[in-house]
Design a protein around this ligand. Structure first.
Ligand code: ADP
Ligand code: MG
Ligand code: ZN
Length: 560
């Protein structure tokens, strides 16, 4: 079979070999196994159903949400000598009737349709008479509420199941592979999730980095100066920021173009053209820019503000280095930009989707705070089993000294537990640093805060530590209008002393305070046990051990 497939690849497409993952998927389909194919945009998903459609008897149905692209796709196939057609709302009723007739005559290998078509019973009735070996569901994430582009009509795909007496194989294809989306796709299309192939998310020629706590404008100007002979894209979250950066850069002598949806179309087109022809060195844009742009020599993509989720980030950053040459992807992080994104999410979406979007935003924030390999973080996020650290991202090349921060992390975790796991980062940091502000007092943490076990740090440093802990999965965020923090299983392991935590380039701090209420409580408990046994207290536990227990196994005061 695969010999035939390879032959078709050469004959119709002129390629010598399959890319990673393509053969596995084609094998699944030819073995009659419904499956899910996850590859990034440009990874080569189309071939995974087009080649089987040439090998299988009958007409493959391709469900695609992009009506505007259907004609192009079909034209390309026709040029390659593959008989294909489409039915969508751009056709007249007469044209639909004619096309259907040709389909019934078996004239086509592939029939592209929009999902809305499946809501029509009369259309389904007509399909009954067609021999359909394979249904390819392109952009399959549209079926999931968790996807970035939910289309209710995708849910109608399951109606196809009842149409054919001989159930066709289903092949779902998408570039979005968060576990929630994958689960939805497999569940709703009845695909055995063992038949999932995820590949190609790692882009070896891209070096990722995150810049925290620096003057962004200065960084930008320096970066562009250093890369004076290269072209790049700068993404900002709002139109206003795009306008500001555009002025800033042009004033400092950089040939910058700009693009956002608030600009007149003619102007946008002109700016795009200037960028495509290298007349402008830098494109400053919102996420409105880039769809369908294929400029191969983009050497860097800088996000002046973090985007709303990893899906958007990777798609935008992935516009760098299409030619395979080394390129850079940088996020300039500032915590107020997270607020901007929260605001945008709040503005743009129906209420129901807000928690999901906030959770995805958290994934983006975590990317900015992780100290592990960024490339690994990305491929893991998209569900691909991760390989080795890339060795070239900002974190892999970070030569700052690694320090053991287990104790501090345990202190934070213990404080979170003792506050009942229902407060936000800010107040936890205040209690840890010994603040006695009104909020701390009002919530009844006066006493706890007196001990200020991280008093020698600023609350900003403690917040940084907590963000690091969230990024490392030790603390979890319960989203909502007032996000709260609680402890993950991994966090519990750290509390129990089963895991050490290291961090780069930060000072480690002191032991737990002797007058900590937990310490006092343990001493009382020790005395009680010692009295009952008729021995001196130090025989039960030394003071040092008690201190360690405070750090390693915090419990609420009530439990003592
Ligand atoms: P996707 O749908 O995953 O975004 P496409 O199917 O549109 O990607 O393919 C992207 C590009 O890669 C197309 O130009 C396609 O012809 C090309 N391509 C696909 N498979 C191969 C291959 N095995 N060898 C070389 N080029 C390929
Ligand atoms: Mg595609
Ligand atoms: Zn790395």
């Amino acid at each position: 079979m695969l010999e035939n497939a390879t032959q078709l690849l050469q004959e119709y497409y002129g390629y010598d070999s399959f890319r990673e993952g393509q053969e596995t998927i084609i094998n699944y389909v030819m073995d009659g196994k419904s499956s899910l194919c996850v590859m990034p945009t440009g990874g080569g998903k189309s071939l995974c159903y087009q080649i089987p459609s040439l090998l299988l008897d009958g007409t493959t149905i391709v469900i695609s949400p992009l009506i505007s692209l259907m004609k192009d796709q079909v034209d390309t196939l026709l040029q390659a000598g593959i008989p294909a057609t489409f039915i969508n709302s751009t056709l007249t009723a007469e044209e639909v009737r004619e096309t259907m007739e040709e389909v019934l005559n078996g004239q086509y290998r592939m029939l592209y349709i929009a999902p809305e078509r499946l809501e029509s019973q009369s259309f389904l009735n007509q399909l009954k008479k067609v021999k359909v070996p394979l249904i390819a569901v392109d952009e399959a994430h549209c079926i999931s509420q968790w996807g970035h582009d939910f289309r209710p009509s995708y849910r109608a795909i399951h109606r196809l199941k009842d149409v054919f007496t001989d159930p066709p194989v289903v092949l779902a294809l998408t570039a979005t592979a968060t576990p929630a989306v994958r689960d939805d796709i497999c569940r709703l299309l009845q695909i055995n999730d063992d038949n999932t192939v995820i590949t190609g998310f790692a882009r070896a020629n891209l070096s990722f980095s995150v810049v925290l706590g620096q003057d962004k404008n200065k960084f930008l100007k320096d970066f562009i100066k250093k890369n004076a002979h290269e072209v790049g894209i700068i993404y900002a979250a709002t139109r206003k920021t795009v306008d500001l950066l555009y002025d800033l850069l042009n004033k400092s002598g950089v040939q910058a173009a700009k693009y956002h949806a608030g600009l007149p179309e003619a102007f946008r087109n002109k700016e795009q053209e200037r960028f495509l022809t290298d007349e402008a060195q830098v494109m400053v844009a919102t996420n409105a820019f880039g769809m369908g742009i294929d400029k191969s020599n983009v050497r860097y993509v800088i996000h002046y503000q973090l985007p709303k989720n990893m899906e958007s980030y990777y798609q935008e950053a992935g516009r760098a280095g299409r030619d395979g040459l080394a390129s850079e992807c940088v996020v300039l992080y500032a915590s107020q930009d997270v607020q901007t994104q929260r605001f945008l999410i709040d503005q743009a979406l129906d209420r129901e989707r807000i928690p999901q979007e906030l959770e995805k935003l958290q994934g983006m924030v975590d990317y900015c705070h992780t100290e592990s390999c960024l490339q690994q973080y990305i491929v893991q996020y998209f569900g691909e089993p991760n390989g080795e650290p890339c060795g070239q991202c900002g974190n892999c090349t970070d030569s700052r000294e690694v320090q053991d921060v287990t104790k501090e992390v345990q202190m934070v975790l213990s404080c979170v537990v003792r506050m009942g796991q229902k407060f936000g980062k800010t107040i936890i940091a205040q209690v840890l640093t010994g603040s006695q502000n009104k909020k701390v007092v009002d919530f009844g943490f006066t006493k706890l805060s007196t001990y200020g076990i991280l008093k020698n740090k600023s609350s900003k440093e403690v917040l940084g530590l907590m963000e690091f802990m969230i990024a490392e999965g030790l603390l979890l965020v319960k989203q909502g209008s007032m996000p709260t923090i609680y402890i993950s299983d991994a966090g519990k392991d750290v509390l129990l002393g089963k895991r050490k935590i290291t961090r780069k380039g930060v000072a480690v701090t002191k032991q737990i305070a002797k007058n900590d209420p937990l310490f006092e409580g343990l001493r009382v408990l020790r005395k009680k046990i010692a009295d009952e046994a008729g021995v001196p207290p130090f025989v039960i536990f030394s003071d040092k051990t008690l201190q360690d227990m405070c750090v390693k196994r915090p419990q609420t005061e009530d439990e003592l």
